[in-house]
Design a protein around this ligand. Structure first.
Ligand code: SF4
Length: 392
């Protein structure tokens, strides 16, 4: 797979990739006395980076680190535990396939994931989207809940059916909706607080920004003096975004640039944002392994609380005071999602913890850094291949 990906890049875009690599090295040379740490916020950018061996193309003073941009990885264990519990109480739980295997910290009735709950006769159904769950819930008419995991990219797929009033009353919604700019701020601040190499550039998620626009990333440059580039997901997009960040650093410019102009504008998708505002409001929210991040989640507005699964089934809300560290012992996901460690720093990586039998949440989704490294050879194989074919 890795080889195939790299060969595709070279076959179709070799000249462009080599040109951009040359530009990156030229810029890095001008910054040679500095270590430049750039965070690719999004799990899909990490996928591109690993799959195409982009780290091997970087000059020695440019470090690419992964960020918290994987919704499955940051879903607190508490929400999974509640969903498992409901599935054993005669309530149908709808989930996406990647959250199906997501391990909770504690077992509930013998199950540590929705997959295990289903094997033990819990009522769990995998769906491709919220509309599928709505169709199914209308047919069977029994109590059900949807495990609503996602970032701004997927929020409109939830807010629109509520806005259009097509959601039946027998389906509740567990909101694990999270917002990305506050998490980027959190990652920047943690590195500063711990006295580590600061993050000096953010590759901001293109798909999220198709909804929210590029403007919300302003906070990164205004508050922290760090450039951000909203990037597409092809390898050339990521390389171009890195080059643009380095250029901005050299020129002493901070601001936000859009590399992904073919889909992203400054103000986002007005109608999608209108449906989100109508249905949800921003609140502080828990991120797995990290705790509560201010203004980083979405909760139902009063007019839609009738769909809130926690209200519907009398489930206690997770509070800041009661939140407890929720990663398994030895799992380094918290550090990995903040760009402070890489999967190979975890002693369980590809030993006890594998994509087939994940222990921690970063090994589950294809956007999880551990899953990406385990499947596509991050930190080793992809880089070796890039060197073998003359690009590294
Ligand atoms: Fe957590 Fe597994 Fe990754 Fe280790 S390898 S950090 S246990 S997900």
């Amino acid at each position: 797979m890795v080889q195939h990906g790299l060969q595709s890049l070279l076959r179709y875009d070799r000249e462009m990739a080599e040109n951009i690599k040359r530009i990156i090295w030229k810029y890095a040379e001008k910054l040679k006395d500095r270590k430049i740490k750039i965070m690719n916020f999004c799990g899909t950018h990490e996928w591109t980076t690993v799959h195409f061996g982009l780290r091997s193309l970087m000059p020695p003073n440019v470090e690419l680190v992964a960020g918290p941009g994987c919704p499955v990885c940051v879903t607190p264990s508490y929400f999974i535990e509640q969903a498992i519990k409901l599935s054993f109480e005669g309530i149908r739980v709808y989930t996406f396939g990647d959250a199906f295997k997501l391990p909770a910290l504690k077992r509930v009735n013998g199950a540590r994931s929705l997959e295990e709950a289903k094997a033990l006769d819990g009522d769990v159904k995998i769906v491709y989207g919220f509309l599928d769950a709505i169709t199914d819930a209308k047919k069977h008419g029994k109590p059900s809940v949807f495990l609503g995991i996602g970032f701004e990219t997927t929020v409109p797929s939830y807010s629109l059916p509520f806005y259009k009033k097509v959601v039946p009353k027998n389906i509740g919604f567990i909101s694990v909706l999270r917002l990305t700019p506050p998490a980027a701020e959190y990652a920047i601040e943690v590195a500063i607080e711990r006295g580590l190499t600061p993050i000096q550039g953010i590759i901001a998620p293109g798909h999220v920004s198709t909804i929210i626009g590029a403007r919300p990333w302003d906070v990164i440059s205004k508050k922290y003096g760090i450039p951000a580039v909203v990037s597409g997901f092809e390898p050339v997009d990521v390389l171009l975004s890195i080059a643009r960040i380095l250029k901005m650093i050299i020129e002493g410019r901070v601001g936000v640039e859009i590399e992904y102009k073919r889909l992203v504008n400054w103000n986002g998708n007005k109608f999608a944002l209108k449906t989100i505002d109508e249905v949800f409001h921003v609140d502080d929210a828990a991120w797995r392994g990290l705790g509560f991040i201010p203004n980083s989640g979405l909760e139902f507005n009063d007019g839609f609380k009738v769909y809130d699964a926690f209200e519907m089934y009398g489930i206690k809300r997770l509070s800041k005071e009661e939140w407890r560290y929720d990663l398994p012992a030895a799992c380094r996901c918290a550090d990995i999602t903040l760009g402070l460690a890489v999967p190979t720093d975890c002693k369980l990586f590809k030993k006890a913890c594998t994509p087939e039998r994940p222990i921690g949440p970063c090994m589950v989704s294809l956007e999880g850094t551990c899953a990406v490294w385990a499947r596509f050879g991050g930190g080793g194989l992809a880089d070796e291949i890039a060197r073998d074919i003359g690009l590294g």
